[in-house]
Design a protein around this ligand. Structure first.
Ligand code: ADP
Ligand code: MG
Length: 671
């Protein structure tokens, strides 16, 4: 074993969960399901799967242990850490699987970290999860949609995977960071509980006297204030997303640079899901040392999404800055809109966040809201995601799994009937379910694609329009983070660069053009080309990778790969592609009123085309990818279409008999 292995090993022995190893294994051996509740940072995620391995629960080439994570970053980062702890190479004995990325080896991997969504997909092909001898469901307190569905599935699987059953016994360890254990115990037929006490130090909590108008600015100010006035110790700042986090990092760096001599060096690391892995790993590096002997020591600042709330523990944090917000899914079934909104966190989350300051010694938490607001405005806990999500993806998955009676499926918290109805309706309109609710051949094919049902449908119809090569590119480009970069201080140059790719009728076609141009650039010049054109190289690389994977699935499904680029010079047929887009996305249509405003068709929501869109407001009919609720109702990623195509391609949806009265109806009648 390496030096590194021994130094980590020493640290592992000091984790609280180590004291409970024997007790845990005893409970696991005696029960099919065990609930573990333990303070964040006590070693649950990194150690417990290893305990199960040591107890002989998995054997190479035969069975495997899975540990689920709600977030991709957590799955990849923890897998890397555990591979280090076990002194093995990532992807061999220890691996991970996230959507579009599988770093594991079926013949060697015995411990796999997976996103909850990917485990659900695996269940579609292996309904008893027969590959696995144990499943560790981590971060259950977060109650993500996929974790809730997996729990429901496990309720069906566990009785079929008892000792002596065909695939052997399946063990389940349900892990949670908060005090919700009772609910999990009851759900899993009174499973025994193991409590791991944390070792935390007191954290002093401060509130602001007045509400802050701009929480990003307030977070930056507070961070710099801590750096100037407080004792040494690292700082963790919670913000909601990439743009905010990058902005805050930049501002902190700028001001801290001029303070370095008096206050020691300050290093700032961002942490969010679309950050490349090398950059993510930096958050674990030690704070900088004093620059001169006897001088002030340096300080590390991590500015993070709520991934650092419970999923990842960063040692050495003494100060937490909590503005009280995170991005949360919100769903409105009436208008079929699901969006991510910056929303107030719950009191339980606020407590978790402040706890992060007391890991190594007594700490301080600065909440950027008033004490009154904490008690009056924040909810005690966040609603489970299943009550805030559209269910079309899940319903398709459950149908594929042969679960027809969705109403009696054992959800821990059943979704609203209206939400289920909406999902069934959407799948019916897309042709995935017939009028009796039975899955169609098309539905089976759709469920094979790891995409939203609408995008899956788009892929499946694209060969009919002679442009599957282009559609697969567009879908891949939609599946990766932001392609076109627009730094605030270079906005004009960025807009000019984007204008080269612009197709006036369509953001989708603009994405397609950018990809095609990129693909023509020789490999060694691509980095430069991306830089010059304000395009994210990393997003392009992943789009290419996603594209190849979808093409692989299309081959398996026997779908034709055809291009509308007949001349082979990178051109394409705008009409065929827009028609295909219309055939897949006909449920997301808006019509421009005589007043000049857009109204979504059927739901009659006032919307505006997002300023980032290349489609101007001259088009009457547009289809859109995304409904973004911000200061206004925006539709984003837009393509122009026309009423004749809509009537031709989706007559059942635009059935005039049941059509609400609106200006669009008049146009449809004429057509
Ligand atoms: P829990 O799941 O109970 O919250 P973890 O098992 O995630 O706890 O973490 C246990 C310890 O391992 C923490 O002290 C954490 O800082 C450390 N740790 C986890 N991942 C890494 C990493 N990539 N690098 C360094 N330390 C890590
Ligand atoms: Mg954990």
């Amino acid at each position: 074993y390496s030096q590194k292995y021994y130094s980590i090993l020493k640290k592992r022995f000091t984790l609280p969960v180590y004291q409970f190893k024997q007790e845990l294994l005893k409970k696991v051996m005696a029960n099919q399901c065990v609930v573990v509740e333990g303070e964040t940072g006590s070693g649950k995620t990194t150690q417990i799967p290893q305990f199960l391995l040591e107890a002989g629960l998995a054997s190479q080439g035969e069975t495997c242990i899975a540990c689920t994570q709600p977030r991709r970053v957590a799955a990849t980062s923890i897998a890397a850490r555990v591979a280090d702890e076990m002194d093995v190479q990532l992807g061999q004995e220890v691996g991970y699987t996230i959507r579009f990325e599988d770093v594991s080896d079926p013949n060697r991997t015995v411990l796999k970290f997976v996103t909850d969504g990917m485990l659900l997909r695996e269940a579609m092909h292996d309904s008893l999860l027969s590959r696995y001898s144990a499943i560790v469901l981590d971060e259950c307190h977060e109650r993500t949609l996929a974790t809730d569905v997996i729990m429901g599935l496990l309720m069906e699987i566990l009785p079929k995977r008892t000792k002596g059953s065909k695939h052997g016994e399946l063990k389940v360890v349900v892990m949670s960071a908060t005090l919700d254990a009772k609910k999990f115990q009851e759900y899993f037929n009174d499973a025994p509980l193991m409590k791991v006490p944390g070792r935390t130090f007191p954290v002093e909590v401060f509130f602001t006297a007045k509400a802050e108008r701009n929480y990003v600015e307030a977070a930056v100010r507070t961070t710099l204030h801590i750096h100037q006035c407080e004792e040494p110790g690292d700082i963790l700042v919670f913000l909601t997303g990439e743009a905010e986090i990058e902005q805050a990092c930049e501002e902190i760096r700028k001001t801290a640079g001029s303070m370095a001599r008096d206050h020691g060096e300050l290093v700032v690391y961002p942490l969010y899901s679309s950050l490349p892995p090398e950059a993510q790993r930096k958050i674990f590096s030690a704070a900088p040392k004093a620059q001169v002997a006897g001088g002030p020591p340096g300080r590390k600042v991590v500015v993070s999404t709520n991934i650092a709330e419970t999923s990842l523990t960063i040692d050495g944090i003494v100060y937490v800055v909590d503005p009280g917000f995170s991005k949360q899914k919100v769903y409105n079934p009436r208008i079929r809109v699901e969006s991510l909104l910056v929303s107030p966190i719950s009191r339980a989350s606020a407590r978790q966040r402040s706890g992060r300051a007391g890991r190594t010694r007594p700490g301080k938490c600065f909440r950027l809201y008033t004490e009154q607001s904490f008690h009056k405005d924040l909810q005690e806990t966040t609603y489970p995601e299943i009550l805030r999500s559209k269910m079309s993806n899940v319903v398709l998955t459950l149908k594929k799994l042969g679960i027809d009676d969705l109403v009696h499926f054992d959800f821990m918290d059943p979704p609203a009937p209206e939400t289920l109805m909406r999902a069934l309706e959407l799948l019916n309109y897309l042709g995935a379910l017939d009028d009796e609710g039975e899955m169609t051949e098309l539905g089976y094919q759709m469920s094979e694609l790891p995409l939203d049902p609408q995008l899956a449908k788009l892929i499946l119809v694209s060969p009919d329009y002679g442009c599957s090569a282009e559609i697969v590119t567009i879908v891949a480009m939609l599946s990766v983070p932001q392609i076109f970069l627009r730094p605030r201080e270079q906005a004009k140059a960025a807009d000019e660069a984007k204008a080269q790719f612009t197709h006036a009728d369509s953001d989708h076609l603009t994405l397609l053009r950018a990809f095609n141009e990129y693909n023509m650039v020789p490999e060694r010049e691509r980095k430069n080309w991306c830089w010059e054109n304000f395009i994210s190289e990393r997003a392009m690389i992943s789009a290419n990778n996603v594209r190849n994977q979808i093409i692989g699935i299309m081959k398996r499904l026997d779908l034709a790969y055809v291009s509308s680029d007949i001349k082979g010079d990178g051109s394409f047929s705008s009409m065929d592609i827009r028609k295909a887009l219309t055939a897949g996305m006909f449920m997301q249509v808006a019509y421009r009123q005589r007043s000049g405003e857009y109204l979504t068709v059927k739901d009659n929501q006032n919307v505006a085309i997002h300023p980032s869109s290349v489609v101007n407001n001259r088009q009457d009919w547009v289809i859109f990818e995304e409904f973004a609720l911000t200061t206004k109702n925006f539709i984003r990623t837009v393509t122009s279409t026309n009423v004749d195509w809509l009537v031709e391609l989706a007559p059942h949806y635009f059935d005039l008999e049941n059509f609400p009265k609106c200006e669009a109806k008049g146009e449809l009648e004429k057509a």
